[in-house]
Each structure stands twice: as C-alpha cells, then as structure tokens.
Design a protein around this ligand. Structure first.
Ligand code: R5P
Length: 325
C-alpha cells in the first residue's frame, strides 16, 4: 500500500484583536511579517463577530490580544477569534496575552470567592487554544491552570537593560512593594548587585484597590530606591510605597513595572513628588493622555516576537532569559 505524503512547510500566521493593534503590528514588524487582516465588528447589542480574511488551514497561528479596559470585551473577542481559528482548521493555536486577564484572582482569599485566573485558562482551552504565551504572570503558578504549554516570558531583561546604565548599585536599594513581589525583587537585587528592602502592605479585603503601608524592612535611608512590581493599576500601591520610602529617608524613588493598567486615578497620583520616575512596558496600550514627562514606556514587541519565533521553530524560549528569573 502506498502512503500519501506531502512535503508541506509550516506557516506562521499572526492575527490580532482590536485592543492594542500597535503592539501586534510591532510584533509582526519584528518578525518581518504582517498581520492577517481580521474583519471584526461589534453589533448593536454588543455581540462580536470576527472573520479572517484569508485561509489559515494548517497554519501555526498566534492570536494576539492585549487585555486592557474594557477587559471583558477584549477577552470575549479573543475567545471568538480562537473559536474561528479552530473551525478554520488552524493546526496549532497560541494565545498571546501579554497581560493575563484576571491574574490577581488566582486563589480563594475568603470563602465563596471565584478563582477567575483558572476560569480564564479553562475558557481559552474550551475555545480551542493549544498553548498560551504571557508576560510576567501575577503568580507563576497560573501556568498550571492551563492544561497545555504556557510560555511565561519575563520583562526583566527589557527593564534591566534600561536601568543598568542609569542607576548606581552602590547607592541603590531594590524594593518589593508587598510580600507577593519578594521573589521577583530578589532576582532584581541579584542582577543589579543592590540590597533588597520589603514593604509590608495591607489591603482591606472589603474595599478594592485601597492599600496602607505598615513598615519597611531593609536599608532605605540615604539611598535611591527602585520599586519593582508586575503591574500598576490605580497606582495606590506604588504611591503609598514611595511616600513611605521618602518618609524613611530615601533620596529618590524610581519605579519599574511591566503592565501599565493605569486605571483612574493612576496617572494623577503617580505624578506625585514622592516618585522621581516611572518605567513600564507597552504590554497594554498607554495612550498620549496617560503619559507624562517622567514616564518611560519601553517596547515589549521585540521580546514577544523572539518568543514567537522560538515557538514556531521548535526552539527554546528559556534560552531568551539566560537565567533571568
Ligand atoms: C498586587 O499584588 C500587585 O502586584 C500590584 O501591586 C497591585 O495590584 C497594584 O494595584 P494598585 O496600583 O491599584 O495599587
């Protein structure tokens, strides 16, 4: 019996939801490619329709969406795109979600709460995703919520590169704004050869986005403090931390965060005199009206593009980080 053989080549296809087209276009440009155009519409009652303009049969497909506000809208759009890709016979579908939605709800803090980060992973799976790629998950264990490969990328090399030439380790303290960030801040402190300090932050479980600082552990007096966090939402965590650091005698406060969620009133309170500089990446769109002179937005597209290339080539995503995390 003679077998039928084809010598087909793998085909990489990039598509994007409408949330942050600039990032998707930047990723495509880094890869020397173009996005496959997607016809996306929202009907009068809020239902979303998507259709890819060309055949994607048998392709290695990367469905990019940046989960900015309105987050539920963009999540639904991405799920619909994954469903469309599955039904159009894409061979492998990778969700590219640079900012993983609902990542902060990763465990039950109190009875009768959801674990929304797990639900999101289940939704991606049910829609037809084979793998997920994301940057700086709020908690690394979210990787285990998805039953398939998760490429967990780290923005640290991008941010570190920016800071290395600008901060003097002899006068620098890396600061974790809460207990949840200690492990990541510890890696920063190793990389920069600077000591670590930790802020004891409290939240009222009944009031979202409200924080208070209790105490600071570590040497901050007379030093420049580099506050590192995965995300800035309303900015209250960072603002309270910066205020406390200055009260404890820090001479400067510089902030490094991956995801600029920047919900109101973030841009207003981050311009406080307690904060000298804020550096973020563009995993989420940062429109002109949310920028100010002491904010730097670094491009994340080169990192994501390299990771996509490694996945497509069956290479190594780990090799991109050289033990950075
Ligand atoms: C907390 O665990 C996170 O790492 C962030 O510090 C927090 O979610 C930021 O929220 P906000 O800017 O509203 O204080």
């Amino acid at each position: 019996m003679s077998a039928i053989k084809i010598t087909g080549q793998k085909r990489l296809v990039l598509v994007s939801g409408r949330a942050h087209m600039q990032l998707a276009e930047d990723i495509a440009a880094e890869l020397g490619s173009e996005l496959v155009h997607t016809d996306a519409r929202t009907f009068a009652n809020g239902e979303i329709y998507t259709r890819f303009d060309e055949s994607i049969r048998g392709c290695d497909m990367f469905v990019i969406q940046s989960h900015t506000s309105p987050i539920n809208e963009w999540l639904m759009e991405q799920l619909i795109m994954i469903d469309a890709a599955k039904r159009a016979s894409a061979k492998r579908i990778t969700v590219v979600a640079p900012f993983y939605p609902y990542a902060r709800q990763d465990k039950k803090g109190r009875g009768r709460e959801p674990i929304s980060a797990r639900l999101i992973a289940d939704l991606f799976k049910a829609a037809g995703a084979d793998r997920i790629m994301s940057v700086d998950l709020h908690a690394a264990q979210i990787q285990g919520f998805f039953d398939g490969p998760v490429d967990h990328l780290f923005a640290m090399p991008v941010l570190l590169e920016h800071f290395r030439s600008q901060l003097d380790p002899a006068n620098l303290t890396v600061v974790s704004p809460d207990m949840g960030r200690v492990r990541v801040a510890d890696v920063w402190s190793d990389k920069l050869g600077a000591p670590l300090a930790i802020i004891h932050k409290r939240r009222d479980p009944l009031v979202p986005n409200q924080v208070s600082v209790h105490e600071i552990v570590g040497e901050v007096e007379g030093r420049v403090c580099l506050l590192v966090d995965d995300l800035i939402d309303t900015g209250r965590t960072i603002a309270k931390a910066a205020e406390a650091l200055k009260a404890y005698g820090a001479t400067g406060v510089v902030v490094a965060a991956t995801h600029a969620v920047f919900s109101d009133p973030a841009t207003e309170i981050l311009q406080s005199d307690f904060i000298d500089r804020v550096v973020v990446t563009d995993t989420l769109p940062v429109p002109e009206e949310k920028r100010w002179d002491r904010l730097t937005v670094l491009p994340i597209a080169p990192l994501i593009a390299r990771a996509i290339r490694e996945v497509f080539d069956d290479g190594s995503v780990t090799s991109l980080f050289d033990g950075a995390a």
